[in-house]
Ligand binder design. Structure first.
Ligand code: CIR
Length: 263
């Protein structure tokens, strides 16, 4: 019924989400110092994020909550979708390995074909950025060479090109770069080892401005912590929806981490 829905025809647009764990405050930290988490505020911010997806025409599917897995809200890391193919990830952090079973059950319930990255291969969904048929994969602390090799073996026969990208300054590839609807890769230059791997790269002025969720061809969702980046995208003709996700940013999460879009 919305303008956004008409932009992509009549196909239902769905996104997986997972509500925050009760021990969210114990989530993994790699580059940031621990600061107190307000759980009530995190719950409220998560509801705001889900409401923003819904307002843009996305039906959200809630994966079974995991109240004792602190990082389970960051569902993006557990499964990657390529059309009707799902790749269940192999989390690089041992504390996160219990998160994948429910994500796998959710994508099976959607009728998708399921592939799996297996140990000793590790791969976090936050390291995977799709731009057209190109799949950039962060070679990070979480994703190892075996994980990249397994993903390549799944995707290359299906017409995707897997391009590994060394990442040393942030947790995941998508903590440093994401892409606008037209495929331009955006990122905060100091967080990126080598932006020349991306054919079209646009630097943004704030670290929280690196992450956008494409809601439709003309609309992006991003953190309210990056107003100058929001102004940059608006100036390029995009509609920008912002959400406050400060409690998740304290745990090195960003807007992309909180959902998996089914497309
Ligand atoms: C972690 O360290 O695994 C979580 N505290 C944050 C995960 C963020 N996910 C993402 O960037 N895709």
């Amino acid at each position: 019924a919305s303008v956004a829905a008409s932009a992509v025809g009549t196909a239902p647009r769905r996104a997986l989400v997972r509500r925050p764990a009760r021990n969210l405050a114990e989530g993994q930290l790699t580059h940031l110092a621990r600061s107190p988490i307000d759980l009530a505020r995190a719950d409220e911010q998560w509801r705001g994020y889900v409401a923003a997806l819904a307002a843009a025409g996305w039906d959200t599917i809630e994966v079974e909550p995991a109240p004792h897995l602190p990082d389970s809200v960051f569902i993006e890391d557990t499964v990657i979708l390529f059309g009707d193919q799902a790749v269940v990830c192999s989390p690089g952090a041992p504390s996160r390995r219990g998160e994948t079973a429910a994500a796998e059950a959710a994508v099976r319930a959607l009728g998708l074909t399921v592939h799996r990255i297996e140990l000793p291969g590790t791969l976090d969904g936050g390291d995977v950025l799709k731009v057209g048929r190109t799949v950039y994969v962060g070679r990070s602390l979480r994703t190892n060479g075996d994980g990249v090799r397994q993903l390549r073996a799944i995707l290359e026969p299906r017409g995707h090109t897997v391009v590994p990208v060394p990442i040393t300054k942030v947790l995941h590839l998508k903590s440093a770069v994401t892409a606008l609807p037209d495929g331009t890769v955006i990122g905060y230059r100091p967080l990126i080892d080598d932006p020349s791997v991306f054919p079209r790269f646009l630097p943004v002025p704030e670290p929280e401005g690196t992450a956008v969720v494409v809601l439709d061809a003309g609309t992006v969702l991003m953190s309210s912590a990056a107003p100058r980046s929001a102004a940059l995208f608006a100036g390029l003709g995009y509609q920008v929806v912002t959400v406050d996700i400060s409690e998740f940013e304290k745990l090195e999460g960003c807007v992309t981490c909180l959902s998996v879009r089914v497309r």
